[in-house]
Design a protein around this ligand. Structure first.
Ligand code: DX5
Ligand code: ZN
Length: 223
């Protein structure tokens, strides 16, 4: 299994965004993660397609966008135009999820789907023909810096079993409170795409934090 690290820029210092991205790049991350929040689906507002355009001017790394918004169909074309490679809408939002995921793939981007901590993992089955990844939220979405929910690990185990039966190439991503204490067990349970905000951007050495997370996941897989 691969280890993919995507630092979430929600925890970056926006007064020095480019500087923080350069520091993270020293640790050779695979992606950068954009948290898009609308103040309806989650009780917080973040940023929109303009941040994707800005990130594309700062870095060559691919971008994944996590859409915590109630009307993703309106914004998906804008994020894809801005150059976002992988888009994760939420499965719980009040829209036709299949149509939304289809829109992403029709426009040439890769699609994933996000599940909140209270959503049964077998809900992804009808979407599997269209998606490359399932994002398991290990906190309730809306804010960085929250405490990791331990029951995410057995959820990932269960989801990995379902995917192995149905479509083994689908990757499991995990987002929320990912740090050095849990990335190993998460990888052991079957996650390979790790999104981390505060454990990277609040670290003393941002680049080293990316490297340390990757090493911790890889060395766990060896055990
Ligand atoms: C929370 C976001 C996360 C957040 C992660 O709604 O989806 O991507 O930035 O931040 P940490 O790693 O600090 O929990
Ligand atoms: Zn996120």
């Amino acid at each position: 299994m691969e280890v993919i690290i995507s630092p979430s820029i929600l925890s970056a210092d926006f007064a020095h965004l480019e500087e923080d991205i350069r520091k993270a790049e020293k640790g050779k991350p695979d992606y950068f993660h954009l948290d898009i929040m609308d103040g309806h689906f989650v009780p917080n507002i973040s940023y929109g397609p303009m941040i994707a355009e800005t990130m594309k001017r700062i870095t060559d790394k691919p971008l994944d966008a996590h859409l915590m918004i109630t009307n993703p169909d309106e914004y998906i074309p804008k994020f894809i135009d801005a150059g976002v490679e992988l888009i994760y809408p939420q499965i719980e939002a009040p829209y036709d999820v299949y149509r939304t995921v289809q829109l992403i793939t029709d426009l040439g981007a890769r699609a994933g789907i996000t599940l909140n901590p209270g959503t049964p993992v077998d809900q992804v089955i009808p979407l599997l023909d269209l998606i490359d990844a399932v994002l398991i939220m290990s906190v309730c979405p809306g804010f960085g810096g929250q405490q990791f929910i331990e029951s995410s690990i057995p959820r990932i185990n269960r989801l990995r079993e379902i995917l192995d039966d149905e479509k083994p190439e689908v990757q499991i991503a995990v987002d929320g409170g990912v740090d050095m204490s849990n990335i190993g067990p998460l990888h052991g349970a079957g996650a390979e795409f790790f999104i981390a905000g505060s454990s990277i951007f609040k670290a003393k050495d941002i680049g080293q934090a990316v490297k340390d997370l990757r090493n911790a996941a890889k060395s766990w897989a060896g055990k």
